[in-house]
Write a protein that binds this ligand. Structure first.
Ligand code: XMP
Length: 333
């Protein structure tokens, strides 16, 4: 990340006209910067990397090589959607890497949250670097750095400590000495979304809720197992589907399911049925530094509970987390 502060007179991008002017300016700048060289981008499918991909496809077409790493901790259908939008609709030069086994094998038996985060972050870089080394003629690395990332790094340089080790791509091995292309590094998130829509990205992608780099890895609490991860992915998909149906998806900042590594006794088909609880978290916040709890109607919670306990193998209870931040962080790990 290159630290560079936003000029005081830079207008806030609030509409398509301003977004289009920004896009045109960036297209010129990127073309001037990279010439006919190739640019590599780790495309997670999150808002920032997706907007950078769409912008660079416009600027340099197939000179952009996108790599989507599926770490096996994505939500249901997430990687498939990235492929559909970027490869099929935007004709991107996209390499898809299914690294599920690499990640889950390394994580097997690891229960300490910071250790899990470090393994996921480091392996992400390993997988991405492996792909980069297979490619020829890459001179640039594009990144979805945005202005809050720059402000955060300034804060950390001043010695302020983070609560969790967030992982984002960066710190590639020394043999991969790329120059950086960071076209949205002076934008705030709301501006990135306006630019994304002006670039023609789907509304659902541009306004999607935040999803942490370590993905479902920090929501499948303790040591991750494939069966519990599968249950988490299915339960989370049901929660998202039901929130979509009743309009809560537009209203709630972040909502997801967490599954702890504990079982309780239940009963199913007249037999003892030991299962995990699925915990629902639905929070509102402005800056993720503090968060409040969204009040979900009981009718919606009953429906979600009925669906999760009947449709997802291994879950026999549904709980709601009512803890604001502070004292609970938004993610459980
Ligand atoms: P916490 O749990 O710290 O989360 O209250 C605050 C916000 O940050 C997201 N989060 C992450 N985002 N990489 C990310 O890009 C990460 O490693 C990471 N960990 C947490 C979390 O989902 C919430 O929106």
């Amino acid at each position: 990340m290159e630290t560079c502060l936003r000029p005081e007179n830079m207008a806030r991008i609030t509409n398509f006209e301003l977004a289009n002017a920004f896009i045109e300016e960036q297209i010129k700048e990127v073309r001037a910067q990279v010439g006919d060289k190739k640019v590599l981008l780790a495309l997670s499918g999150g808002v920032d990397s997706s907007v950078v991909a769409a912008l660079l496809i416009k600027a340099i077409g197939k000179q952009l090589v996108c790599v989507h790493v599926n770490h096996g901790l994505m939500r249901k259908d997430e990687s498939e959607n990235v492929i559909k939008i970027f490869r099929e609709e935007l004709d991107a030069n996209l390499i898809y890497v299914d690294a599920t086994d690499r990640f889950l094998d390394l994580l097997a038996g690891v229960s300490e949250p910071e250790k899990k985060r470090k393994i996921i972050g480091a392996e992400f870089i390993n997988v991405f670097a492996d792909e980069a080394r297979k490619l020829e003629g890459i001179e640039y690395l594009a990144q979805g750095t945005i202005y809050p990332d720059i402000l955060e790094s300034v804060k950390q340089a001043e010695g302020k400590k983070a609560v969790k080790s967030h992982h984002n791509v960066g710190g590639l091995p020394e043999d991969l000495n790329f120059s950086l292309v960071e076209p949205i590094k002076l934008l705030f998130k709301d501006e990135v979304r306006v630019v994304g829509e002006a670039l023609g990205l789907p509304h659902a992608m541009v306004y999607r809720q935040p999803f942490p780099g370590p993905g479902l890895g920090v929501r499948c609490l303790g040591a991750i197992t494939r069966d519990r991860l599968h249950a988490l992915r299915e339960a989370d998909a049901i929660l998202r589907e039901e929130f979509d149906k009743c309009g809560l998806a537009e209203k709630v900042w972040q909502y997801f399911v967490v599954i702890p590594d504990i079982k309780s006794v239940g009963v199913k088909d007249e037999s003892r049925y030991e299962g995990w609880p699925a915990i629902i978290r639905a929070v509102n916040t402005k800056d993720a530094m503090s968060a409040t709890i969204e009040e979900i109607p009981y009718s919606v919670l009953h429906k979600i509970t009925a669906r999760i306990t009947s449709e997802v193998d291994g879950i026999n209870r549904v709980l709601m987390d009512l803890t604001p931040k502070p004292v609970g962080t938004i993610e459980w790990e």
